[in-house]
Design a protein around this ligand. Structure first.
Ligand code: MN
Length: 310
């Protein structure tokens, strides 16, 4: 893929239908809208980290803007968990109800059904992850035990109908691949414990980080808005829990992810890891990182538009 080779790459976090914010971010990054209406940079390309659709007010506009950039060779877009979910729900429904999270997308494509079907076909051609010469990018988590076999057989990172169909079996490789790469690692709570999240849902597992070296306690790896109860925070991770954790060593190439609903002032997670999702659709910021091949990332290369400040 073109963005994986040479030249500067601007990585952009979850847009979720915020097309106006995206236009302002592209302007700040010195992209210009050509006479044909397509956004381009003179010598750089954009790489979207997934979750273009759902939640926001301008989903069709977002998808069209990005599609035109991709068609013109000025961008590529990875699949996020929202695109994977939409592909599974609409291409292989299997009797399951369409998840509520696609409500905004379906409403905004109402009366434009042919365009929505066409968009699903376009999404199916997007890569799940990118391993460039100098960086890696995936929506949520780079798990080598899943990424390596997938890229070995699919070097372009693209998925297909067969993989989506097989993913309906939770034990299948493709279910695990999509789940881990686009939703990130999770750990089951010990025993029969549950926690109730801020949206009132009872959960048996929690989202974990994958960049903490040598975690010892549950609290070392929790990475979600809802904290664990105190006794669980302090509880040592047993060997089987440790085996289920994913780690991304500081000797690995720079990795870019979105997905995690970060808040506050955009910052790097590590010298080789940046999360660019800062909750743009919830009044946070739409964030980009201007990458030029550096081995260690530089927080001064983060560029963002604050959604709340307008
Ligand atoms: Mn996501």
């Amino acid at each position: 893929m073109a963005v994986a080779q040479g030249g500067g790459v601007d990585l952009i976090g979850d847009v979720h239908g915020c097309a106006s914010l995206l236009e302002r971010l592209l302007e700040r990054l010195d992209y210009h809208r050509g006479r044909d209406g397509v956004w381009r940079h003179a010598h750089r390309r954009a790489l979207f980290l997934g979750d273009l659709i759902d939640r926001g007010p301008e989903i069709r506009e977002t998808v069209e803007l990005v599609r035109e950039m991709v068609a013109a060779g000025s961008a590529e877009a990875l699949l996020g968990n929202h695109e994977i979910s939409a592909l599974r729900a609409f291409l292989h429904p299997g009797g399951a109800r369409v998840p509520r999270v696609h409500k905004a997308t379906l409403e905004q494509y109402s009366g434009h059904e042919a365009q929505w079907r066409d968009t699903l076909g376009w999404m199916l051609e997007r890569p799940l992850c990118v391993e460039g010469e100098r960086f890696r990018a995936v929506h949520a988590c780079w798990d080598p035990s899943l990424v390596q076999p997938f890229l070995a057989s699919h070097p372009d990172g693209r998925i297909d109908h067969m993989m989506l169909e097989r993913a309906s079996d939770p034990q299948s490789f493709f279910h695990q691949l999509f789940d881990r790469l686009t939703r990130g690692p999770q750990l089951r709570l010990p025993g029969a414990r549950t926690i109730t999240s801020h949206d009132g849902i009872e959960r048996h597992s929690f989202r974990t980080s994958f960049w903490i070296p040598g975690p010892e306690r549950y609290g070392d790896v929790v990475f979600q808005p809802d904290p664990l109860p105190d006794d669980l925070e302090r509880r040592p991770l047993d060997e089987s829990a440790k085996r289920r954790l994913v780690s991304y060593g500081d000797d690995q190439p720079p990795l870019f992810v979105g997905h995690y609903w970060c808040r506050g002032v955009p910052a790097l997670i590590a010298a080789n890891l940046a999360c660019l999702d800062y909750s743009a659709v919830n009044g946070g910021a739409l964030v980009a990182y201007r990458f030029d091949g550096e081995r260690r990332l530089d927080a001064d290369r983060l560029v963002w538009i604050d959604a709340a400040r307008g």
